[in-house]
Design a protein around this ligand. Sequence first.
Ligand SMILES: [Zn+2]
Length: 59
Amino acid sequence: MIQINQPLTQHEHGWHVESRHGTTMGTVLYVRCSCGARRVDLQGPGEPAPSGISATIES
Ligand SMILES: [Zn+2]
């Protein structure tokens, strides 16, 4: 019997912003995916897109 393990968490996370906070470093974004995973992003001044500053936290 062959079992193929494909974790459900392996998908392209679709982040949406739960809350944002302005800091001297830029805007800190708390984002969540519909699968329950969470991450903290930081969008520095002048940066076109936020980048993750925490590891993805799977639910
Ligand atoms: Zn996800």
